[in-house]
Design a protein around this ligand. Structure first.
Ligand SMILES: [Mg+2]
Length: 272
């Protein structure tokens, strides 16, 4: 199902052509360690979002972050929607400042008994693991923190947590800070396609080159695999062993600096 026709990977973002840049209509990006740097949303990175928005591009963060955060993002950031909890839903600000929400048809609330039992098993078997502090504002998934707060646990522990959830039949993905787990068939990619199609008339069979996605970690892999114009910020290479599908482009800067670099190249090429 991949429409990724590009065979060369990790090309410098500076090689983006004017023609490719002008074809782009939707700019999607991960948040943690793509927009943010060491946990902070820099002025540079936030300004890049505004510049993309003011250039008329559709700006859509796609994140593992919870519903509680997505309410704020949809209302306060210069965005045309935010895909949250790894694809369980999209929030956007509609007419009259009303918060609109599209939930993936396969999303299952995180009060699901199987998921709660698995959460307890994981926490019992891996004593250094802990629930993410944003768990209280989640609707559909469980997030286990391994790197947002100290002590930072090794990636091998994150892998182990992921495997325990998967052995219990759940989906699990590793971001740069959390392991997220859920029941229900969806991910960032399937929700993104569903939203773009329903809201903007996007046709995935023909329009994939109108989407660019920027990300940094293994939970972004479905997006890297599908969108031919996908771009990694350079810190993605930390997870190289865990990512089978690398993006076509890569930035030279890490995290927020890399995202700003990407935005500047895109806007420059469109103007050239
Ligand atoms: Mg990330």
């Amino acid at each position: 199902m991949s429409t990724n026709l590009k065979t060369s990977l990790l090309q410098p973002i500076s090689s983006l052509s004017a023609k490719e840049a002008r074809t782009i209509r939707y700019v999607l990006m991960d948040i943690d360690d793509t927009l943010t740097t060491d946990g902070k949303l820099s002025a540079e990175s936030y300004a890049a979002l505004w510049k993309l928005h003011e250039a008329g591009l559709m700006v859509i963060p796609t994140t593992g972050r919870p519903a509680g955060w997505c309410d704020l993002i949809a209302r306060e950031w210069p965005v045309d929607g935010v895909v949250g909890e790894n694809g369980a839903f999209v929030f956007w600000e509609g007419e009259g400042h009303r918060l609109a929400m599209l939930t993936h048809p396969n999303a299952i609330p995180n009060s699901d008994r199987r998921l709660v039992a698995l959460r307890d098993q994981v926490l019992a078997r891996i004593p250094s693991a802990r629930l993410a502090r944003d768990q209280f504002s989640r609707l559909y998934d469980i997030a286990i923190d391994f790197a947002e707060e100290e002590p930072v646990l090794p990636l091998s522990t994150a892998q182990k947590i992921k495997e325990l959830f998967e052995q219990g039949g759940a989906h699990a993905k590793i971001s740069s800070i959390h392991v997220n787990a859920w029941f229900g068939e969806y991910d960032k990619l399937s929700m993104t396609i569903h939203y773009l199609t329903e809201r903007f008339g996007y046709d995935d069979a023909h329009d994939a080159a109108s989407v660019v996605f920027v990300g940094d970690s293994p939970n972004d892999e479905p997006m890297f695999a599908h969108f031919p114009m996908a771009c990694g910020v350079v810190n993605l290479l930390t997870y190289r062993e865990l990512v089978a599908h690398l993006p076509h482009f890569v930035t030279s800067g890490r995290s927020g600096s890399g995202f700003s670099e990407f935005a500047q190249v895109l806007l420059d090429r469109r103007a050239s």
